[in-house]
Design a protein around this ligand. Sequence first.
Ligand SMILES: Nc1nc2c([nH]c(=O)n2[C@H]2C[C@H](O)[C@@H](COP(=O)(O)OP(=O)(O)OP(=O)(O)O)O2)c(=O)[nH]1
Length: 134
Amino acid sequence: MAKQPLVVVAAALVDSNTRIFVQQRPPGKAMAGLWEFPGGKVEPGEQPEAALVRELREELAIETETACLAPATFATGMIEDRQLLLLLYVCRKWKGQVVPTEASDSRWLHKQQLFALDMPPADQPLVAMLDALL
Ligand SMILES: Nc1nc2c([nH]c(=O)n2[C@H]2C[C@H](O)[C@@H](COP(=O)(O)OP(=O)(O)OP(=O)(O)O)O2)c(=O)[nH]1
């Protein structure tokens, strides 16, 4: 039987200067070295927004809430033999300083700068949509 799609949630954190946070996947993880939006896999039974609140806490040490996550766009792709459904939210409100805990590098970039980044294939349409949305 075909596997269920892998649902991944990610956030475009947007600061007061309309810069967007991106981070680099560390060695040892799939797609190491590529730049991504913070986020991760939705666990079984978990609501996507709750998963993203959890991932932002774990990866960036910030607190936000479901109401601060605006659904923005999505992308599909393949991760090995599994379909990927990547849900992107825009988040402009959170508590705390963004302190990456897992990434090997991180940057706050203007939306046009995202086009030059080496990102996973599924992220390319997300970047184009953010360019139009923000
Ligand atoms: N976080 C994130 N993942 C992305 C993006 N684009 C993209 O293709 N992915 C893929 C990479 C991974 O195969 C998957 C996310 O898995 P992950 O390994 O980051 O998730 P996780 O934090 O739950 O990690 P783990 O506990 O399984 O190690 O989605 C993106 O912009 N952000």
